[in-house]
Design a protein around this ligand. Structure first.
Ligand code: BJ8
Length: 431
């Protein structure tokens, strides 16, 4: 399919079989295709290997769903999650598929607001609305979903979501002491038992060792991509970087890692030749903060439309998802689960207190990505990120790092205002 005719493919019979609102969903499918053509395919000088990821988007509501349904038929579990604290290695060890269900779309929010309060995080509302409106084939396919207690909006929404789809909740502590670690390990063990019950299979040491390697490989590929984005000039746009980080939550992990590595081979060539993705030198911006779930491309699009390039996402759809690996040379299931818990405890979400690691991490990523300024992005009503933003701002002021804080939702209403603020920020970087 050439770029002008790109579309997200329709699977009306498949969707009807999943009890979806087909007519309504088909409109969002067409809109996604239109936006994708404008925001992604129209970019000049894209790496050739991005074709694979374009194909993933074309098949996002069909081909991947068929793979998930085939897995279910074979008795393999399909588990939906909302947070990078839920350990996907255990699902993969059971032969299953783990899929991220976070919502990044304004389209499902009215469905949520029929039930949920308006003044809560748009990510929570969008995800809930997808299920309530029967307008997400992933939600319609999963065996069960696994929520967590990271923030108040999420943990109270799971009680309501459970009426629509079986929803289990993993308790995530708010501190990182020894007692918290013991509790966390017990939660991981419970998660394993729940997954084993669905697939009627015990996860063995070698299953888990294989899954740890598979997901580590996926994270390594994403680390490699991030390191290449640090090159100056940047070999790839931030929109494509973010897109790949979003696809990491949907795609089959072995195939995904292979394709990311193929892209990295191409980018290495570009870096070797000193070739950048933009025509001249562009201001380099790092984004830190709350995750941007697909199709939330708002800030990246504004930054890059203004002539800058985004070089890093310090976010759960970004480096928080892949900066840490699980130790592989560990024997015995108990020790493996401990190593896994250790790795997950290193994720520095703002739901923890104190969370000094994240302040250090933002500064470290600023240096390693060769950025020239930081935009802190927080979704509306996300109290923990909005308040932690104060400490990030202070740290940036101390170091003389150009800094801008944005609080936004998924509606297009603030686009004009954001554009003005972002352009002024880029002027400050350009000096
Ligand atoms: S580990 S960032 S994925 S919780 S943005 S829903 S926190 S009100 S997404 Fe998150 Fe896990 Fe943390 Fe990452 Fe609540 Fe904030 Fe909304 Fe959030």
């Amino acid at each position: 399919m050439d770029d002008e005719n790109f579309e997200v493919r329709a699977y009306p019979e498949l969707w009807a079989g999943l009890n979806m609102d087909v007519a309504r969903f088909d409109k969002s499918r067409q809109m996604l295709g239109d936006v994708y053509r404008k925001m992604f395919l129209a970019q000049p000088n894209r790496p050739r290997a991005m074709r694979y990821f374009d194909g993933v988007i074309a098949e996002i509501f069909g081909g991947r769903i068929e793979e998930m349904l085939a897995a279910k038929q074979e008795g393999r579990p399909v588990v939906g999650t909302f947070c990078v604290y839920v350990p996907e290695e255990i699902v993969v060890a059971a032969g299953g598929i783990c899929v991220g269900l976070c919502g990044g779309s304004q389209g499902s929010i009215p469905d949520a607001e029929k039930t949920l309060p308006r003044n809560i995080c748009p990510m929570v509302k969008s995800a809930y609305g997808f299920k309530a409106g029967r307008i997400c084939p992933y939600f319609q396919t999963v065996d069960f979903v696994y929520g967590e207690t990271t923030c108040d909006a999420k943990k109270k929404t799971w009680e309501l979501l459970d009426r629509l789809v079986p929803t289990h909740v993993m308790e995530i502590p708010q501190m990182k002491g020894l007692r918290d670690k013991a509790m966390w390990l017990a939660e991981v063990q419970d998660f394993k038992a729940r997954v084993e019950a669905v697939c009627r299979k015990r996860v063995t040491e070698s299953d888990l060792a294989g899954a740890i390697r598979t997901i580590n490989d996926k994270r390594r590929a994403l680390q490699r991509l991030t390191a290449l984005r640090a090159a100056d000039p940047a070999p790839i746009n931030g929109r494509d970087g973010l897109l790949i980080e979003q696809i990491a939550f949907y795609d089959e992990p072995v195939r995904f890692a292979r394709r990311v590595n193929a892209l990295c081979d191409e980018l290495e060539e570009r870096v070797r030749r000193g070739e950048g993705v933009t025509a001249g030198r562009a201001p380099r911006v790092m984004i830190a903060g709350t995750p941007m779930a697909l199709p939330n491309w708002k800030v990246h699009n504004l930054v890059e439309a203004a002539g800058a390039v985004v070089v890093n996402e310090e976010s759960c759809i970004g480096t928080r998802y892949f900066k840490d690996l699980i130790e592989e040379e560990v024997s015995g299931l108990d020790r493996q689960l401990e190593a896994l818990t250790d790795r997950y405890m290193r994720i520095d979400c703002s739901c923890f207190t104190p969370n000094n690691e994240r302040i250090e991490q933002v500064l470290a990523e600023y240096r390693s990505s060769n950025a020239q300024g930081i935009i802190h992005y927080s979704l509306q009503f996300c109290h923990t990120y909005n308040i932690e933003e104060i400490r990030i701002r202070e740290a940036c002021e101390q170091k003389g790092i150009p800094y801008l804080a944005i609080e936004s939702d998924y509606s297009p209403e603030d686009v004009g205002q954001l554009q003005t603020r972002i352009e002024a920020f880029l002027e400050q970087i350009r000096g």
